[in-house]
Design a protein around this ligand. Structure first.
Ligand SMILES: C[S@@+](CC[C@H](N)C(=O)[O-])C[C@H]1O[C@@H](n2cnc3c(N)ncnc32)[C@H](O)[C@@H]1O
Length: 233
């Protein structure tokens, strides 16, 4: 994360490379934004930088210090950036309009696959979305036409015991519709070149068979509940 010109944190990945794929609205002036599973807050701070009137970053697991992170990185970035992004330590399944309110734009980026109850999670996310949802997730079973969700009860995916599910695209779109997002746009899918490079890397590093990883993809979708109130408008 770039905190100042020439001052870049030594993170695992550079989240800025994902921005073009997300199609995050360029102008968020006056909008309220909820970043669910914000972790170090890159996308929360980016929404603020794009003019959002209010940004609430929420997380639980990586802020609790029990897993792969702590909240200290988010807090340090907020301080150095002089940011007014608000924070709330709250799990996805605890979200609701009575707890956090409803937002013009909700970011749910790379969190769905951490959910053992993905449909319930999407129901909670829908309940706090007044406008647009931007969702990014891992997909699996992409060669299956029937809506289907791969379930990883014990760290089967990447050896990561916090990853529980990989829907295919029909299941993802079906779940979004089921929880009330009546308009959905698939904004981007991972490129075949990137997927092949990833499959090769995971095979080399962890011995994961390529026929497994090549069934997986990454997708970004935008979704709207009721009448479309596109945050880009
Ligand atoms: C892969 S990281 C994604 C971080 C960020 N949204 C991004 O796209 O770079 C997943 C995040 O989801 C959070 N998370 C996992 N389970 C959660 C839960 N039940 N409630 C809230 N956050 C959760 C983790 O703590 C972590 O910060």
């Amino acid at each position: 994360m770039t905190l100042a010109p020439g001052l870049v944190t030594p993170g695992m990945i550079d989240p800025s490379v994902r921005l073009p794929h997300l199609e995050l609205p360029v102008d968020l002036r006056g909008k309220t934004v909820l970043d669910v599973g914000a972790w170090d807050g890159f996308f929360s701070f980016e929404a603020e930088r794009r003019g959002a009137a209010r940004v609430l970053a929420t997380d639980s697991f990586s802020w609790s210090g029990e897993g792969w992170g702590r909240k200290a990185c988010f807090e340090l970035a907020r301080e150095v950036l002089g940011s007014r992004v608000e924070d709330r330590q709250i799990g996805v399944l605890e979200l609701g309009p009575e707890r956090v309110g409803r937002f013009d734009l909700v970011l749910f980026l790379n969190v769905l696959y951490h959910m053992p109850h993905p449909l319930l999670a999407l129901e909670r996310v829908a309940s706090v979305t007044a406008g647009t949802l931007i969702l990014e997730t891992h997909l699996n079973l992409t060669d299956v036409a029937t809506p289907a969700i791969a379930f990883y009860p014990d760290g089967e995916m990447w050896g990561d015991k916090t990853t529980y599910c990989g829907p295919n695209l029909p299941a993802l779109l079906g779940m979004l519709k089921f929880v009330g997002f009546d308009q959905v746009r698939v904004v981007s899918m991972s490129s075949p070149t990137w997927l092949r490079a990833r499959a090769l890397a995971l095979h080399a590093a962890k011995g994961i068979p390529m026929q497994e990883t090549l069934r997986q993809k990454w997708a970004v979708v935008h979704a709207w509940c009721g009448a479309r109130t596109d945050a880009r408008a």
